[in-house]
Design a protein around this ligand. Structure first.
Ligand code: PLP
Length: 388
């Protein structure tokens, strides 16, 4: 059978994830310290796991409403109102999804007609480009720069807007740079979205993980923006719940209804056990979440300090749990640096170009790993850089 001919052109044309390629090399090597996977090193807080166990014990093993349990949507609405300052009606403006991943896919498929352009900032999360392509959209990336601390500049965004632009994807704090948006620049971006009638897909999955004084501002909270924003959030990062696969979208009712149409046929609903755990996370999880955040904060300060000491220029990212040091001084490409570091010192980090061309010359290191491992990894990177 000629399977190649059987695969859709759309699927055949999307690239494999650069992260996956790199990590296939590391698989099965216990000696390697991995700064690669973007995942908390904490297990989900015990009381949240317990809520999942109790839910099973009580025999709650059914489907839920397609939108998600109403009790959870009410709690999401309360949390979002308190955290982001935007009010959403639990009955019609909140959709519980299988992670932010599913919400991204639903939103793009609900919004795009073939050939519509979607702008996103890069370097960015590896799923954005393929998700746009799979929804028959045209991905248009706007590079962000180290000189701007990887924030998106409104002027660069404006230059990329065409009559075909339908959607702007934002992700602050950003995977892989940890960048946050200065509120004044975000206001300029909001004004452009209103001027050009764009819908914004705002992936704020790292919004609780902010380390400096400035508070997180969602573009949805700016004047005139709630009506054109799909706010995406979830439980994977701040609550250390990646395996529960739970996220949500908040948006005006007609947009939620369009996303729900796809969700009800493709997924039916998010798993009820995960929804029970998420309810507990929102009701009682803030202390555990803040403890984890404080721990990431200490690790960020340590890693940024060490990388700069080593001579790899590294800005101090305002959020998420990644650092994105500049490795250009070494004369190596991102891929060469990552491969040689792995060969010589058994430390795995992701080449910056896996997140788009704008990431060339950088390395993504996830610092959600133990302090001991981070210390050892930094010493090994030091030795490696000195050996060049
Ligand atoms: N969005 C960003 C920016 C991410 O970094 C990730 C995971 O790394 C996701 C979405 C996926 O999140 P979820 O586990 O909720 O599907």
């Amino acid at each position: 059978m000629d399977y190649v001919a059987k695969i859709s052109r759309q699927v055949a044309s999307i690239p494999r994830s650069g992260i996956r390629d790199f990590f296939e090399l590391v698989q099965g090597r216990d000696d390697v310290i991995s700064l690669g996977v973007g995942e908390p090193d904490f297990a989900t807080p015990w009381h949240i796991r317990e809520a999942a166990i109790y839910s099973l014990e009580k025999g709650h093993t059914s489907y839920t409403s397609n939108l998600g349990l109403l009790s959870l949507r009410k709690e999401i609405s309360r949390y979002v109102s308190a955290f982001f300052g935007v009010d959403y009606a639990p009955g019609s403006e909140v959709l519980v999804t299988v992670g932010v991943s599913e919400a991204i896919d639903l939103a793009l498929r609900a919004l795009l007609n073939p050939g519509d352009e979607v702008i996103y900032h890069s370097p960015c999360y590896v799923s954005y480009l393929p998700s746009i392509a799979l929804a028959y959209g045209v991905p248009v990336d706007v590079p962000t720069r180290k000189a701007d601390d990887f924030a998106l500049k409104a002027a660069m965004l404006e230059a990329a807007i065409t009559p075909k632009t339908r959607v702007l994807m934002l992700n602050f704090p950003t995977n892989p740079t940890g960048a946050v948006m200065p509120p004044a620049e975000l206001e300029k971006i909001a004004a452009l979205c209103i001027k050009h009638d764009l819908i914004v897909l705002s992936d704020e999955i790292y919004c609780e993980l902010r380390y400096d004084e400035d508070a997180h501002v969602s573009i949805a909270s700016l004047p005139g923006m709630k009506e054109r924003t799909i706010l995406l959030h979830g439980f994977s990062k701040a609550f250390a719940m990646t395996g529960f696969r739970l996220g949500y979208a908040c948006a005006p009712a007609p947009l939620i209804e369009a996303m729900m149409k796809i969700h009800q046929y493709a997924m039916l609903c998010a798993p009820i056990t995960s929804q029970a755990a998420a309810l507990e996370a929102l009701e009682n999880g803030s202390a555990a979440m803040m403890k984890m955040r404080d721990s990431y904060h200490r690790r960020r300060d340590f890693v940024v300090g060490r990388l700069n000491e080593i001579g790899l220029d590294c800005h101090s990212p305002g959020g998420a749990f990644y650092v994105f040091p500049d490795i250009r001084e070494t004369g190596l490409s991102s891929k060469d640096f990552a491969m040689k570091l792995l060969d010589a010192e058994d430390v795995a980090a992701v080449p910056g170009d896996a997140f788009g061309e704008a990431g060339e010359g950088f390395l993504r290191c996830c610092y959600a790993t133990s302090f001991e491992e981070l210390k050892t990894a930094m010493n090994r990177i030091d030795r490696f850089v000195n050996s060049l």
